[in-house]
Write a protein that binds this ligand. Structure first.
Ligand SMILES: [Zn+2]
Length: 446
């Protein structure tokens, strides 16, 4: 590969396109994909006709607002209908080379098909993110993500195409992973934030010093919000002596659709592939860039199953101003899943806000559990934390301080803070932790 390793861009021309030029390309692709979807995917033909819109109505990017939304339910309801790939697919099965499926954590798993070209462009995008965080052909990379059906599995090919030496780790037991880190001395690893944290703790307990015994320089995290919470990122960086980069992926699109750069100020999203809208959580009204709402994505170049105005269920915002790094593609910030948000005294609370506060408290281990419950017809939350060993303060003092810090940050204090000793919480599971328990007994009947 003749790429100059000193160039900070994987594809300089694309990554630094003037906004106007970028939007011009988006418009060309949008017109093409909307027409392709209408002509080839039975669902879009039907839904556009019902909404009274035609592909020719797309004259500017804003015209997308005339088109109907789709969501997870649309995918579930249409998959397997009419053909194996279902009514959202726009190509015959013989053109498909790969499918990933969602975890199914919120219902039936949904399947995402790729043509050969979709897949190659997916991997080129992943190479771009790896290059963006500074990975180069002389790096050794451990891909410690699930390979089974998960869309993040094949991202390792993006690292390989870049020229890095790749170790297809998968979801190994931590002892085995620590052995690899010690023996092969890899420089970059990708895992979940909670696992990066716990693996560090396990390494320390096993007698390793992650900073000296390993050679990890960069840690990629995704799949949970921790990587974008400064306090969590710094805590992981401190254990490993490595820089942490947050990536954001969607099983319906790419393993990583967006990634932090060296400034860690939001995640650059591949706007050449994804048209981003932000809409009001309740009304669906389109908001201005910078305003917080539900992120809605239109895939501009995926032909196997185009997604036109897909409501992601993620709450966030996009900053379309040029980044200090020189890249012009917008930066998204994710606050949380719409389903995880809860309302206390008319305030929207995200578990990530609570995590940020807890990880900043030096008297705590950083482990936590949030319980959401209902009392007197209103939602309340309680927080369980662990006091770090060696802290002399009594539990009541620690609880009062946590409560005050939460009140200051979020605006509403928890109904209760329960303080456990170090190791007292059962939240240290491998790879993906469950830290929010919703105990509200909500009656959906009308
Ligand atoms: Zn940047």
């Amino acid at each position: 590969m003749s790429r100059d390793i000193k160039n900070k861009f994987w594809n300089e021309e694309l990554e630094t396109l003037p906004r106007e030029e970028l939007e011009k390309r988006q418009l060309e692709d949008l017109k093409e994909i909307v027409k392709f979807a209408y002509d080839n995917a039975p669902y879009y033909k039907r839904s556009f006709d019902e909404a009274g819109v035609k592909p020719e109505d797309i004259k500017t990017l804003k015209d997308i607002e005339k088109f109907p939304f789709i969501n997870k339910k649309t995918q579930r309801d249409t998959q397997g209908v009419g053909s194996f790939l279902g009514e959202l697919a726009a190509v015959p099965e013989e053109d498909v080379v790969f499918i990933s499926t969602s975890s199914g954590s919120t219902g039936v798993p949904t399947m995402s098909p790729f043509t050969k070209k979709d897949f190659d462009e997916f991997q080129d995008t992943e190479s771009r993110w790896f290059w963006q965080i500074g990975m180069r052909p002389n790096d050794r990379y451990v891909h410690a993500l699930n390979f089974s059906l998960y869309v993040g599995g094949p991202d390792v090919i993006g690292a390989q195409n870049l020229g890095a030496l790749c170790i297809w780790g998968g979801t190994l037991p931590s002892e085995r992973l620590l052995f690899i880190l010690k023996t092969y001395q890899p420089t970059v690893i990708w895992t979940s934030p909670s696992y990066a944290w716990q693996l560090g703790e396990k390494a320390l307990k096993a007698g390793y010093d992650p900073k000296k015994d390993f050679n990890i320089k960069k840690i990629i995290v995704a799949g949970e919000l921790g990587g974008s919470i400064d306090a969590t990122r710094k805590a992981i960086e401190e254990i490993w002596g490595a820089e942490v980069f947050d990536f954001y992926g969607l099983s319906d699109i790419f393993g990583a659709c967006a990634a932090q750069c060296e400034y860690h100020d939001g995640l650059h999203i591949a706007e050449n592939h994804i048209l981003v809208e932000t809409v009001d959580i309740h009304t669906g009204e389109v908001l201005e860039p910078g305003q917080t709402g539900e992120l809605v994505f239109t895939t501009l170049r995926k032909h196997a199953r185009p997604l036109i105005r897909f409501k992601t269920g993620d709450i966030g915002r996009i900053d379309t101003t040029k980044c200090k790094c020189g890249r012009t593609h917008g930066r998204i910030s994710i606050l949380g899943r719409k389903d995880d948000m809860f309302i206390v005294s008319a305030v929207n609370v995200f578990p990530s806000d609570i995590e940020a506060v807890i990880r900043e408290q030096s008297d705590l281990t950083g482990e936590y559990l949030i319980r959401i419950f209902e009392k007197d017809f209103t939602s309340k939350y309680a927080v369980e934390v662990e006091k770090a060993s060696g802290v002399a303060k009594d539990d009541d003092t620690v609880a009062a301080e946590v409560s005050a810090a939460l009140k200051a940050r979020i605006g509403v204090k928890p109904a209760k803070v329960i303080v456990h000793p170090d190791g007292g919480l059962d939240t240290r599971s491998e790879h993906k932790s469950r830290r929010v328990i919703d105990e509200r007994n909500i009656d959906y009947s009308i």
